[in-house]
Design a protein around this ligand. Sequence first.
Ligand SMILES: *[C@@H]1O[C@H](CO)[C@@H](O)[C@H](O)[C@H]1NC(C)=O
Ligand SMILES: *[C@@H]1O[C@H](CO)[C@@H](O)[C@H](O)[C@H]1NC(C)=O
Length: 307
Amino acid sequence: MIISVIFFCLVTGAVHTEAPVDACFRVPVKNSVECNVRTLSADRDVVGSMHSDGAKRLAIRCGSDHLESTLKDHYFIRMQGLMEIVLTDCKILRLPGNVFEGLRGLKTLELRTMNNHWGHNKELELSLGAFNGLRELHTLDLGYNNIRKIPADLFCALENIISLNLTRNKIKFVDELGFGHKCGSILQTIDLSYNDIMSLPADSEILHLRRLNQLFLQNNKISELPTEVFSDLLSLKVVNLSENAINYLPEGLFQNTKEIREIYLNHNDLEILPKKLFNRLEQLVVLDLSANKLKGDHIEDETFGDS
Ligand SMILES: *[C@@H]1O[C@H](CO)[C@@H](O)[C@H](O)[C@H]1NC(C)=O
Ligand SMILES: *[C@@H]1O[C@H](CO)[C@@H](O)[C@H](O)[C@H]1NC(C)=O
């Protein structure tokens, strides 16, 4: 009993000396600062007031009550050594320009407002310039934000982005995805699953992401794919189109994707497959066509080989 009381005092004492702000504490093994706050506010400097010298990682979780958080430009400027930021559950309606400006070494950014739990119409609006200054960023996670629209060229500030997660937003149109026609040239992975995408137009910016390896489009409302949709994606290895409403696949769809290893087309409305659809895909190891309306007599030798 006495021992545990002493132990308790030691532990709380230790936490107190390391947590100048009530809600934040240092986790030395992770070289991390972790905060539990009610909200973030543009006027109250949660970040600047903590002793965060040399911290590489900042994780902030907001209270689960649905109160709005606000950020302003240069919000994290006093923690310039950060390599990773994780913001969870902070309900934000607008990401202002230059909010991460000054974080020259930031490699990973995860911003999950969970606005979708707050309300259907609580959308996160991204200002053009929101990601300015993040020259080293390679992984960006913007899932669960109720994002509807991405400003043109938004991601062009991220010269080193390799992986982008946009799962569980409200994106309907993928003609403009923030990459213009020239940016995103080293992007390898994009996750657009669980959005409201209905089609992949032939002029979609996705088609210009030439290094793309993995394309996640599952759980959308896509019904058709144009023939040329993958024709410039020469490095594509994994494509997930499951749980859509695809009823037709054009014959040359996979003609140029010679590196492809995994194709998921399960849970769609396919009734027939064009001849030679999966012709000469020599790397293919997974092909999931389950839960469609295919009949056995529509799959022929020709579907896979060129006999
Ligand atoms: C995107 O985030 C979701 C939800 O956390 C996760 O399941 C998925 O694997 C992520 N996508 C990628 C490509 O990492
Ligand atoms: C593809 O999407 C389906 C449906 O959401 C999911 O169950 C499966 O795990 C995904 N597989 C891969 C490899 O992404």
